[in-house]
Design a protein. Structure first.
Lengths: 587, 94
């Protein structure tokens, strides 16, 4: 029962949200600014308050059909229009369509004398008129604190401001009140006392001469919100807030595979390549072929119809395309087919967070399947080591969350220095180590798959050969002298070949010898058998002769018997036999 | 004397508030005393014509604007401080 009572009913009143249309901010605030209430947007000079506010109105008018009023205390309408023209906001068109109204309030102390009691009803009338004339749902008041320098009676001003914010609430408009950052307080004149529903703080910090803009939702009554500082960027594509600090570890793990673009490397990875959505670190010294590994990956991904972004930190896109052509990879055709987008920026162009926000925007924009960051180590120059780690962490999480396969290259300080990889290696799923080994007067590239989570991968060091047909991995010669590569491997292989030839010849000779012996013996056997046959024939002949003689003797005995008993019986043959026996007797 | 060397004054009010009423009577008193026969007062009620608030850059109520003689001068408040009104309108007491 107790649990049931705590279940949230669906019709519980909650704070309505008015989406800003600013990428990332709506995620941080879980839907936008509190609807029908004023929000305080504070920050120091030049951190983008006015642009933020104008974007809120512009998006409201263009995307959410909510007209807006911009009450400007600082800038002339013409200047405002020009300033946001750089973001491609056509304010004049919106004004003509009655979707936007700009009212500039001019207050200058030197031109105004004060005598007696007054109130700011004039301002209310103006604002009310502007709101009613276009049916505005959104209001920006930028920057009302100017009134403090324009009017003497601060006490009155404060009570009037309180009245203004209450009045805005009563009007039901979603308002942004901008305020200048003060010392020790959010705004110089303590506006946060009056506007208490939602406070957003903008900040621009300089680190190593690079400025990074950050946003923080200080409070948001009646709504959960992200409490961290989020980097944001302002550029020609508008404002982008990077809404993640860390996406957590709840991402789905894909079992899908993506080819590395190098068949030999795929073979080392169970023959299938990387897991989709995994993070791959390719580290190595200068010239060890990191970018080439990256280019292969891009090429293979694009070839299978996936979109890719190549974040180039050190080379221009043109240069990369040219260089990769030399190993037979044409990246330009993917650019032409709009499958590949280059995003080239010097790391020192802006701070880390800004890089992160830029990447975030590009990725959400282009929705790629794979990205390459080449080289990630270049970002080291844009921030302290700890910052780089946290940034990479966020980037990895963000990409994983979107199931984007990311390949980071990292320029190692020394060939086998694997401990100092900005502690990022633990974030990576696959780690390819490329090194350049010097031996017998030449440098040879080697590749080693240091780790690959979730698959049975090859543990062998391979020789890495760059040819005009791309990368080839050869099994390195492993022998008593260690792994040999390059000409040393070739020399060793030649030596091995010669040795094996000799061995073969020896074997051949031995078997020939045996053969010969066998033939000799066979011949001897033949001779002996022939002799035996001769002997046998002799014996038989003699035997036969012996038999014949015995027959003769028997016959003779018969004849003799006949002749001795003459007349004992007539026999035709008798006379003959008699003759013969006569003869024999005569002998 | 040129065409018109008097004072052309505009007083912006918002309805019949005590401050507005006070401003109107204070202004008349000052003008009668210091600019007899040399002034014109135009009272504009922004409640009736709110668009003028923006066009004429009105923030505070009541606001007095000296249209003539040039240059334009502004005084805000119920004009209860005569000294300040005279300085603001650049009138030297006779």
């Amino acid at each position: 029962m107790a649990i049931k009572a705590r279940a949230k009913p669906d019709d519980l009143p909650t704070v309505g949200k008015s989406p800003t249309g600013i990428r990332g901010l709506d995620e941080v605030t879980q839907g936008g600014l509190p609807q029908g209430r004023p929000t305080l947007l504070c920050g120091s000079a030049g951190c983008g308050k006015t642009l933020f506010a104008m974007t809120f109105l512009y998006n409201g008018a263009v995307e959410y059909d909510e007209p807006g009023v911009f009450l400007a205390f600082e800038e002339q309408p013409e200047d405002l229009i020009k300033n946001v023209g750089s973001l491609n906001y056509d304010i004049q068109k919106l004004i003509a369509e009655k979707k936007l109204a700009i009212d500039h309030v001019e207050i200058e102390r030197t031109k105004i004398a004060e005598s007696g009691q007054y109130d700011l009803e004039g301002l209310f009338i103006r604002l009310g008129f502007a709101i009613d004339s276009i049916g505005a749902k959104r209001v920006v008041v930028d920057t009302i604190e100017t009134l403090f320098s324009g009017l003497e009676n601060e006490l009155l001003l404060r009570s009037e401001l309180r009245r203004l914010f209450e009045w805005l609430k009563a009007k039901g408009v979603t308002a942004i009140i901008t305020g200048e950052r003060g010392e020790g307080s959010l705004t110089r004149y303590g506006l946060e006392e009056y506007v208490a529903d939602c406070v957003i703080l903008l900040d621009s910090r300089i680190h190593d001469q690079l400025s990074t803009r950050r946003l923080r939702v200080v409070k948001y009554r009646g709504s959960a919100h992200g409490t961290n500082e989020y980097p944001f960027i302002i550029d020609e594509a508008g404002i982008t807030v990077m809404p993640i600090t860390s996406a957590g570890l709840a991402h789905e793990a894909s079992t899908e595979r993506m080819s590395s673009g190098i068949p030999d490397l795929d073979r080392m990875l169970e023959g299938k390549g990387y897991y989709k959505g995994s993070s791959i670190l390719v580290s190595g010294m200068a010239g060890s072929g990191k970018s080439t590994v990256a280019a292969h990956f891009i090429d293979a991904s694009c070839a299978s119809g996936h979109r890719c972004i190549y974040f180039a930190m050190e080379e221009s896109p043109h240069q990369i395309v040219r260089n990769m052509r030399s190993i037979g990879i044409d990246l330009q055709k993917w650019v032409d087919k709009k499958l590949l987008r280059f995003s080239a920026r010097r790391p020192s162009l802006f701070g880390l967070e800004t890089h992160l926000a830029t990447m975030y925007r590009e990725v959400t924009d282009f929705d790629p399947t794979a990205v390459v960051i080449d080289p990630m180590s270049a970002l080291l120059g844009a921030g302290a080591t700890g910052d780089v780690h946290s940034m990479v962490l966020r980037l990895v999480d963000f990409l994983k969350f979107r199931d984007v396969t990311a390949l980071f290259t990292n320029l190692g300080v020394s060939s086998e220095n694997v401990t100092t990889e900005m502690q990022i290696s633990s974030l990576m799923d696959v780690w390819l180590l490329l090194y350049n080994r010097e031996s017998s007067g030449e440098h040879n590239r080697q590749l080693y798959l240091l780790k690959s989570r979730g698959m049975a991968h090859s543990n062998q060091v391979r020789e890495f050969i760059l040819s005009s047909e791309g990368i080839k991995l050869r099994e390195a010669y492993v022998g008593p002298e260690g792994a040999l590569t390059g000409s040393a491997r070739m020399a060793q292989e030649a030596k091995d070949k010669a040795a094996s030839l000799v061995r073969e010849q020896q074997m051949d000779r031995r078997s020939r010898e045996l053969d010969r012996k066998r033939r000799e013996i066979a011949a001897q056997i033949e001779i002996l058998q022939a002799q035996l046959a001769t002997d046998e024939a002799e014996v038989e002949l003699l035997n036969r002769e012996g038999l014949a003689r015995e027959d003769q003797l028997a016959a003779d005995r018969v004849v003799m018997a006949v002749s001795r008993q003459a007349g004992a019986g007539p026999d035709k043959r008798a006379p003959k036999s008699a003759n013969r026996s006569k003869k024999w007797t005569a002998k | 004397m040129t065409e018109y060397d008097g004072y052309n004054l505009r007083l912006y009010v918002a309805g019949q508030t005590p401050k507005s009423i006070a401003a109107i009577s204070n202004l008349k008193k000052i003008c009668d005393q210091h600019l007899p026969g040399r002034y014109e007062i135009e009272i504009i009620d922004l409640m009736k014509d709110p668009a003028l608030a923006m066009r004429h850059q009105i923030v505070a109520i009541p606001t007095l604007i000296r249209q003539l003689p040039e240059p334009l001068k502004r005084i805000i408040g119920d004009l209860s401080n005569t000294e300040k009104v005279l300085v603001g309108l650049d009138i030297r007491p006779n």
